[in-house]
Design a protein around this ligand. Structure first.
Ligand code: DI6
Ligand code: FE
Length: 401
């Protein structure tokens, strides 16, 4: 059988659901054609291939290219000063109420051009890619007008033209209340629902819609309106839910068949059940938990009990998670949230793909999926989770290249 590239003499962690655990094939091969996987599995089950190019992996491990399913990667400005204020005792919510936080990044982002946003985001994207990431979700949410949200989404899409990586964009218009709407959150939600979502859905710049359901964000009633507008515009939804308090956002996300509910530190049992029944992915963000020095970890046992698939993401953003390491995120998932090695690795592969609605396209090494691979100099996949500050990536393949 003809193929473009044949990677042989590899150990595979396919992450495929039809194989137990990590879906390991100790003596594996992967064949690609046209940027897609033609075959991935044990060498003794592979048909004979006539390959244009052969790569001897010398026993290295191959995983699916890693997926970061929740980032706010595109922003301008710098919030190191707020970090100092927090070190001196101010809380994240204090700073937000005093006009800092998301609104300070909004001011800098509004002042930046699309080209500025791209050039400021590229080093962050490069850092993720250097650790084997091949798919990144990027949210807007620092523009907070139709035009500035559009600029942020355009910058996010432009990153995908500058680098060999898949970018999924999410419109997060309901992220914070812009100062011009002070005291009129419902008026701002009207703008999001009546103008922003229809316009940016029609432009094709957004793959999904997200909202921040929180005391310092938007109420469940407001989020419901945002979700209805997304549904009318034909876009799937996601939600920042139960991060700092329990407003029952998870139930709302489940009701709307969300792709994912994210954060979830304060999720209760009803919320976990609702996510499980609706098949919503729980995306956990240990970077924000760490930076905010939270003490209530997401209820992982509840998520397991209700069969909720768990994803992990950096939440890369300038306020609560200035994190551009997916490998450190894996370690934090295990160390801070007590996820197993298998849960951590599924969280940045198969389950992360599902959190982006890309379950059929990427996230496992299976025939028909995009040939997105990470090739590692490790002794076992556990090394990816166990070590800190060490990058064993040998090669990163996106769409077969
Ligand atoms: N939750 C978060 O942790 C980030 N956004 C959100 O909705 C914080 C974003 C920021 O502080 O800039
Ligand atoms: Fe976030």
């Amino acid at each position: 059988m003809r193929c473009d590239t044949l990677w042989r003499n590899a150990r595979l962690a396919t992450m495929a659901p039809d194989r137990a655990g990590l879906g390991v094939a100790e003596t594996g091969v992967i064949a690609s054609v046209g940027g897609r996987i033609l075959f991935a599995g044990p060498a003794d089950e592979a048909p004979g291939f006539a390959a244009s190019r052969e790569v001897d992996c010398e026993g290295r491990w191959i995983t699916p290219g890693l997926i970061d399913p929740h980032t706010h990667l595109v922003w301008a400005g710098n919030r190191a000063r707020e970090f100092e204020q927090r070190l001196a005792g101010a809380s994240y919510e204090d700073i937000a109420r005093a006009g800092g936080g998301i609104v300070s990044t909004m001011t800098a982002t509004r002042a930046a051009s699309e080209a500025d946003l791209v050039s400021q985001a590229l080093p962050r994207l490069d850092a993720l890619m250097a650790e084997g990431v091949t798919t990144v979700e990027i949210k807007s949410g620092y523009g907070l007008t139709v035009g500035h949200e559009e600029k942020q989404l355009r910058a996010a899409r432009a990153l995908g033209e500058r680098r060999p990586v898949t970018i999924r964009t999410t419109l997060l218009g309901a992220h914070a209340l812009p100062p011009e709407f002070a005291g009129d959150a419902d008026g701002y939600v009207d703008l999001v629902c009546r103008e922003m979502i229809p316009a940016l859905a029609a432009s094709g710049l957004a793959d999904a819609v997200d909202a921040f359901c929180e005391g310092v964000g938007f109420s469940p009633a407001q989020v419901r309106r945002v979700f209805k507008a997304a549904r009318s515009a034909g876009l799937p939804v996601k939600l920042h839910a139960e991060q700092l308090s329990n407003l029952h956002g998870a139930r709302l996300a489940a009701e709307f068949g969300a792709l994912s509910a994210d954060h979830l530190e304060h999720l209760d049992d009803d919320g976990a059940r609702a996510l499980g029944e609706a098949g919503v992915v729980a995306t956990l963000l240990p970077g924000a938990y760490y930076v905010l020095r939270e003490t209530q970890a997401p209820p992982v046992a509840r998520l397991r009990d209700h069969g909720v698939p768990i994803a992990l993401a950096t939440d890369c953003n300038p306020g609560t998670s200035p994190l551009t390491s997916i490998l450190l995120t894996l370690n934090m998932g295990a160390t801070l949230f007590r996820l197993t090695i298998e849960e951590c690795l599924l969280g940045v592969t198969r389950h992360a793909a599902r959190a982006l609605g890309l379950g059929a396209d990427t996230g496992t090494l299976e025939a028909g999926k995009a040939c997105d691979l990470a090739i590692w100099d490790i002794e076992s996949p556990a090394d990816l989770v166990y070590r800190l500050g060490f990058n064993p990536l040998h090669a990163r393949i996106w769409r077969g290249q």
